[in-house]
Design a protein around this ligand. Structure first.
Ligand code: TTP
Length: 720
């Protein structure tokens, strides 16, 4: 249910920027010969030309609509260019669109707080930028106003027949006697026009925008004049805008609440809500929702622009309608593997690029039973703590599916684990990763973070009966297709049934889900259930590289410890690698040391970083051959194995020069120097092994330690 938030300020300048026919523009940039032609992006399946998911404005002039299939579009516009959405793992691959969206976000975020609302939509809070402009270079003093700004549509501006519209806009922007709020909006007009031009210049994409005092009004305005235009909502025009606006067009009113307002209260437009006192609405819909309804009727909305450039969750899904329903466990497992592989890739790049980790894995499905008296029964959504690594995600997702299936058809119904049909069908499957949190910066918080992650990991052996069930399904009952974004139907299921996924992910996910709604399922054979070790390895390598980087964040704690070390040799705290090991398998998998070992067993040069007890600075290291994991025997020695190629050179670059020189001297024979003979210290029996002391390991691990006093040569690394 929507919740009213007090309007933080009635003088904010908020913009909602929405890309025009986004997927088409991305494809046009790839194939410039398409520019200016009627074009549509279609789902990959060929049945009746595939479903249209994005339609260019040139094609719209011919009457081509997103609800059509390619064949139908050809009928109304024979010259239409149909471009198939990129495909990976038998489903739409939206990565190209996602990164194109990120390009836009990075430009828009230059002028104010930016919230990425979907794959192609962004909210901006431009209040500070507008206030600054007003103070330093107010619009009323401007002699020349940019053409793009002059093309703005200002709601309520009286453009009588024959009057020069641009001249009217110029006057509105230049008004000396305008109130403060309108002056701020005038600044917003200039800033947004400039940003949109910048987006065009840098990305070749056009976008449209709404500019208002809150998010709700800005969003309503952005779609009013498309493509490549901007619309402004001065406060004096709010009533006019809302009075005739159908209630179901409002965000959060596309679903059950909107239906109830229509059927129970006779409210068809937002303006109709004005007749009800706040108490009446509260009585009917509860305090919060009642107040929220009362507010939106007056154009009041306190929702803040969140300052989030990244998605709140990741999801991957696919539908299997009609005859394409999955009817055997291996078939489900095959598709789950594909979905999990995609999810895992996205999680790893999020971890790699944004230093964020997801905590919850959820499986959603829609299903039917062929002999079912209780046909309304839903397949329960299941969640568990998320473990990183493709194989682990696949394993957990499959276990979640089995738990859901057990609940859905009853324990005895699940006995058929093979390829035999057991009287049920799965019509949609999706996996999502949510509760994404940044890995906190700062030593203590990182330590705390990993302490906090000691949740027992979900195991395939563990009973799933206690697994948290989430009551939501990804698709609304009876809805297979993600149709018009602004249609009440789409809004309704987005808002009402997928609270955990943000709009971007909902759009991405629904796009994937809608993709296979017609046509024919590909044959699924058990042989397709191939392993994913390659991806797993890749993910693990990424994680290991990341661990190396994260260790740098422990440097201050290290310094502190190092100071203490002299006094108290016995209380040395382990490094972050120890932390990762201690808190495995969650979230990095069952055994980091095993994974490190795996990496170390690769061919290529190996940097084996041995350490005696952490506090034994100055004690000469003895080489350890044939071992790359903890020596359990004496419990004193431990060897850390790194692949030299995986040492992040940026970590090296951050070190003080003298330390860089030291380390390079040790590592150079293998990595940087063509000639091994110049190794400065020690000897090596195995040219690929470099044994370093604890001190050196810490340098590599923790990064910049400006006051590090390297021990004398007896403590230095030896190549043996
Ligand atoms: P929208 O912003 O809804 O539409 P659009 O950008 O294509 O066109 P407009 O100019 O009218 O805003 O969606 C953004 C992209 O999301 C769209 O280009 C394709 C994708 N999408 C789907 O894949 N399936 C869908 O059902 C919808 C609505 C969008």
């Amino acid at each position: 249910m929507p919740v009213a938030k007090p309007e933080s300020s009635d003088s904010r300048v908020i913009a909602h920027v929405d890309m025009d026919c986004f997927y088409v523009q991305v494809e046009e940039r790839k194939q410039p010969q398409l520019r200016g032609l009627p074009t549509a992006v279609v789902q990959y399946n060929e049945w009746k030309g595939g479903a249209l998911i994005a339609v260019s404005y040139e094609a719209r002039k011919f009457g081509v609509k997103r609800s059509m299939r390619g064949a139908e579009a050809k009928e109304v516009c024979p010259q239409i260019q149909l471009v198939q959405v990129p495909v990976a793992r038998g489903k739409a691959d939206l990565n190209g669109y996602r990164s194109a969206g990120s390009e836009v976000v990075s430009i828009l975020s230059r002028r104010g707080r930016c919230e990425r609302a979907s794959i192609d939509e962004v909210y901006l809070d431009l209040t500070d930028a507008a206030e600054t402009m007003l103070a330093e270079n107010p619009p009323q003093n401007l002699e020349k106003i940019d053409e793009e700004a002059l093309k703005s549509h200002i709601l309520g501006l009286n453009n009588e027949d024959g009057s020069d519209v641009k001249e009217n806009v110029r006057e509105w922007i230049n008004r000396h006697n305008a109130d403060h709020r309108d002056k701020l909006l005038a600044c917003g007009i200039l800033i947004v026009a400039e940003l949109r031009m910048q987006v065009l210049k840098e990305t070749e994409f056009t976008c449209s925008a709404g500019i208002a005092h809150n998010k709700m009004l800005a969003k309503l305005a952005s779609g009013m004049n498309k493509p490549a235009q901007q619309t402004v909502v001065p406060s004096s025009s709010v009533n006019g805008l809302l009075n005739t606006l159908p209630i179901r067009k409002m965000k959060q009113l596309g679903g059950k609440l909107g239906i109830s307002l229509q059927t129970d209260m006779g409210v068809n437009t937002v303006g109709d809500l004005l007749q009800f006192p706040e108490e009446k609405l509260q009585e009917r819909y509860g305090i919060n929702t009642g107040t929220w309804l009362w507010n939106i009727a007056r154009g009041i909305s306190g929702e803040a622009v969140e300052g989030r450039l990244l998605p709140k969750s990741h999801g991957s899904g696919k539908t299997f309608p009609g005859p394409r329903a999955l009817k055997t466990v291996p078939a489900v497992q095959h598709w789950l593997n594909q979905l999990c592989e995609e999810l895992s890739e996205r999680l790893c790049s999020d971890l790699d690029q944004n230093k964020r980790m997801a905590n919850t894995l959820t499986l959603h499905a829609r299903a039917y039973k062929s002999s079912d008296s209780d046909s309304q029964k839903k397949f329960p959504s299941k969640s568990c703590p998320l473990r990183y690594g493709t194989g682990k995600i696949q394993e957990d997702a499959f276990n979640l599916f089995q738990a859901g299936l057990r609940e859905y058809i009853g324990f005895y119904g699940v006995k058929t684990q093979g390829s035999q049909y057991s009287g049920w069908g799965i019509t949609s499957l999706s996996v999502s990763a949510s509760k994404i949190v940044p890995i906190p910066s700062g030593t203590c918080s990182i330590a705390k973070y990993f302490h906090g992650q000691s949740t027992p990991h979900f195991s395939s052996m563990q009973s799933l009966d206690n697994v948290n069930a989430e009551a939501t399904l990804l698709l609304p009952p009876g809805s297979e297709c993600y149709s018009e974004l602004n249609s009440p139907k789409a809004e309704s299921w987005i808002e009402d049934t997928v609270p955990d996924l943000d709009l971007q992910e909902q759009k991405d996910l629904s796009s994937s889900l809608s993709k296979t709604q017609d046509g024919f399922t590909q044959d699924i054979s058990p042989s397709l259930l191939s392993g994913t070790e390659g991806c797993l390895e890749q993910n693990q390598n990424k994680q290991e590289r990341y661990i190396t980087k994260v260790e740098g964040q422990f440097k201050s704690e290290y310094k502190e410890r190092k100071g203490k070390r002299v006094k108290d040799k016995g209380t040395e705290t382990p490094s972050i690698l120890e932390l990762f090991k201690s808190y495995n398998p969650y979230p990095f998998g069952s055994s980091l040391s095993q994974e490190l070992k795996k990496t170390a067993q690769g061919t290529g040069a190996r940097l084996t970083i041995g350490h005696a007890e952490e506090n034994e600075v100055g004690k000469e290291e003895k080489p350890m051959h044939g071992s790359s994991s903890r020596d359990e025997g004496d419990g004193r020695r431990e060897v850390w194995s790194y692949n030299i190629d995986e040492i992040d050179p940026t970590v090296m670059d951050e070190l003080p020069q003298e330390i860089q020189d030291e380390i390079k001297a040790w590592v150079q024979p293998h990595k940087w120097r063509p000639n091994n003979n110049t190794a400065r210290r020690g000897c090596s029996n195995d040219a690929n092994d470099i044994i370093l002391t604890s001190e050196t390991r810490n340098v590599l691990a923790f990064g910049n330690l400006p006051d590090l006093d390297l021990a004398p040569s007896s403590d230095q690394a030896s190549f043996c």
